[in-house]
Design a protein around this ligand. Structure first.
Ligand SMILES: Nc1ncnc2c1ncn2[C@@H]1O[C@H](COP(=O)(O)OP(=O)(O)OP(=O)(O)O)[C@@H](O)[C@H]1O
Ligand SMILES: [Mg+2]
Length: 374
């Protein structure tokens, strides 16, 4: 039985959907405020479309995200909802056959084992407590490791170091377009346009480069960045963001949208102090505390400051201990390739593959050493 919730305000439209859903096999309508979770929500985007689309977005994000079908009044709304990953639309007059076909498609997708959740890529921000902590190293290699976990996942990598982006150097690429070009053409933004502005790396990941000069960074707006990320969430399974602590508009948007923020630090006083200050500041600004993850790069168990001491200050366990392996890291940068591909057997690669599995909920072992801790 498929549980259907009707989030429809107009009485006539509600009546019409009740009639249709009642007449179809295997469907049952559940109470809007009831405790039962719906499999499918039919949602009316009404005159206050912006607010309604925000509600759709929030539903899409919830862990128990149902499939959402939309009934709408304009082509503009449909376009926006498409970007959010909505795939079924009904316009008035509502025809029973169209609703029936939408549910048939839904059932078929379930049967083929496709996730019933609307596809909505997760944003993973990687951010250094200070310069030189290894942020770009982590972002690039994590993005590549995520492609190796078996399923054909689609990965986007965004360089939000608006003034000095290093990703082209790490991957030996020359982006012809950057995030600045996309923002300059924001009215033309759709998935095709965005893909053309990104560069496809041999490993399969798509990269959106940072502006070529600091002047271009000035055109960045909150709304523009939000539109880009929202669109990307419909196009990729994971979007890894090489970020920094500057808390400009772009970073604020990506932190807000991120499912996890990996704060990269090392076991020395200055970096730990900065990491702590940064996380505290974000929490004060209203960001959700639970998304911040402490990552110790170049972990050395003989460092002056012990892991236990650091974790006590942060009141959280480090979620990832990355070994120090200068030769592997530097030689991969010199070759313009990720170590995931140049040093398959290295401790670095093993650590990154493990984290990638964990992010995708596929990790089996819970070893703490060089790996991951709850
Ligand atoms: N786990 C590691 N083991 C050894 N060397 C590392 C490791 N991680 C990073 N490095 C080295 O540290 C240096 C800085 O790394 P990276 O450029 O990734 O840092 P960043 O935080 O992005 O710097 P920036 O603030 O300039 O953007 C690089 O030379 C890299 O080789
Ligand atoms: Mg960097």
């Amino acid at each position: 039985m498929i549980c259907v919730r009707l989030d429809i305000k107009s009485a006539k439209l509600l009546e019409r959907f009740q009639e249709i859903v009642d007449s179809l096999k295997d469907l049952s309508i559940i109470e809007p405020q009831g405790s039962e979770l719906p499999d499918v929500v039919i949602f009316e985007v009404g005159p206050d479309s912006e607010k309604d689309l925000e509600s759709v977005e929030a539903m899409q994000r919830s862990p128990s995200c149902p499939e959402i079908f939309i009934t709408y009044a304009s082509y503009e709304i449909m376009k926006k909802a498409l970007k959010m990953g909505i795939r079924e639309f009904f316009s008035e007059p509502i025809k029973k056959e169209e609703v029936e076909i939408a549910f048939a498609r839904y059932k078929k997708n379930l049967k083929h084992g496709k996730p019933k959740k609307g596809k909505y890529g997760k944003i993973l921000s990687v951010l250094g407590s200070k310069g030189g902590m290894g942020t770009t190293t982590v972002a690039v290699n994590l993005a590549e490791a995520l492609t190796l976990t078996g399923d054909s996942v689609r990965i986007g990598l965004v360089d939000l170091n608006l003034e000095f982006g290093d990703i082209p150097l790490f991957l030996d690429i020359e982006p012809t377009h950057t995030i600045a070009d996309v923002l300059q053409n924001i009215l033309r933004l759709d998935s095709e346009f965005l893909l053309r502005a990104m560069i496809k790396h041999d490993s399969g990941i798509y990269i959106l480069g940072s502006p070529n000069n600091p002047e271009e960074a000035k055109i960045i707006t909150h709304d523009g960045i939000k539109q880009i990320f929202n669109l990307m969430q419909g196009m990729f399974d994971y979007i890894v963001v090489d970020s920094n602590r500057s808390l400009n508009q772009a970073i604020m948007v990506s932190l807000g949208l991120s499912e996890k923020v990996f704060v990269i630090t090392q076991l020395d006083l200055a970096s730990l102090k900065n990491a702590k200050r940064f996380i505290d500041m974000c929490i004060t600004m209203g960001f959700d505390e639970s998304k911040f993850r402490l990552v110790i790069n170049r972990y050395d168990k003989n460092a002056d400051i012990s892991l236990d001491e650091a974790e006590a200050v942060f009141k959280q366990k480090a979620s990832w201990l990355i070994p120090s392996d200068y030769v592997t890291v530097v030689s991969s940068i010199n070759q313009g390739k990720s170590f995931i591909h140049t040093a398959d057997n290295s401790r670095m690669t093993k650590s990154f593959k493990k984290m990638a599995l964990r992010i995708q909920g596929k990790e089996t072992k819970t070893s703490r050493l060089w790996g991951l801790i709850k």
